[in-house]
Design a protein around this ligand. Sequence first.
Ligand code: HEC
Ligand code: HEC
Length: 221
Amino acid sequence: MCRNYKQLLLLGVVFLSSLAVADQELPPLTEPAVYISCISCHGPDGLGSEAIHAPPIAGQRAAYLEAQLLAFRSGERGGHNADIWARQMALMSKPLSDSDISSLAFFLSQQPRWAVPAVKADQTPTGFAVCGSCHGEKPSAAGDLDVPQVWGMPSEYLFRQLIAYRDGIRGHRASEGSPNVMSQIMNSSMTDKMLSEFADYLASGVLSSAAATAATNEKQK
Ligand code: HEC
Ligand code: HEC
């Protein structure tokens, strides 16, 4: 009995030390030295600066961050003359190695994210249902879908991205035969006004008064 107990205890110790080894094999959560080159625009906390058009990146999904940094570096994003803020970011990504990019993406994804707006409106902008199927109909930080978190980002940034997708300026992978999903969703029937309503709603969780009237009319039809 006593002997079995000791054996169990020994097994437990062996198990715990194997866990400790597994822990050590995870990538370190320390800030990669190269993050110093990001601070001037995205801030020490990665929460960005609206004044200089740099979006929050802390707490964003790692796979999305990695894909964007690779896209900036290859010029797939920020390669178009009209995409001025993305061009600036593309320049910043040129010196990054593959391993810089993966450690930045992992580190940033583990940092506290920007605030998600409270759910205030009981309506969504007209035409928003399609967006909700991937990004969520109401403000949320959760969701298991493999899409970027967009709720609570600055409206100006969101609006600029939506226009850029619609106009084929951002991330069009036509050359590889797999166009960006957002460019496929955005089409010329989406007016600037609709996109600005989507951006405001995603940023604040509130419908602008024009969007609220349109949504009410839609409901009554
Ligand atoms: C000179 C300012 C500047 C510096 C320095 C900078 N960025 Fe940016 N970054 C921007 C701007 C502006 C944008 C928005 C681009 C756009 O509107 O398409 C951006 C966008 C991004 C995005 C895309 C976010 C999204 O939601 O799609 C990522 C990721 C990013 N930056 C990471 C970094 C990292 C990592 C570094 C450091 C290696 C860095 N940035 C350095 C200005 C900067
Ligand atoms: C099929 C799923 C899907 C649907 C539907 C969808 N999105 Fe997206 N969205 C994505 C994915 C995936 C990305 C990342 C695309 C990329 O790599 O550029 C994205 C990116 C975005 C971005 C850029 C985020 C950033 O940080 O730069 C915004 C803004 C956005 N979506 C808003 C919308 C709006 C508004 C709608 C409705 C009109 C919509 N999305 C519909 C999947 C979706």
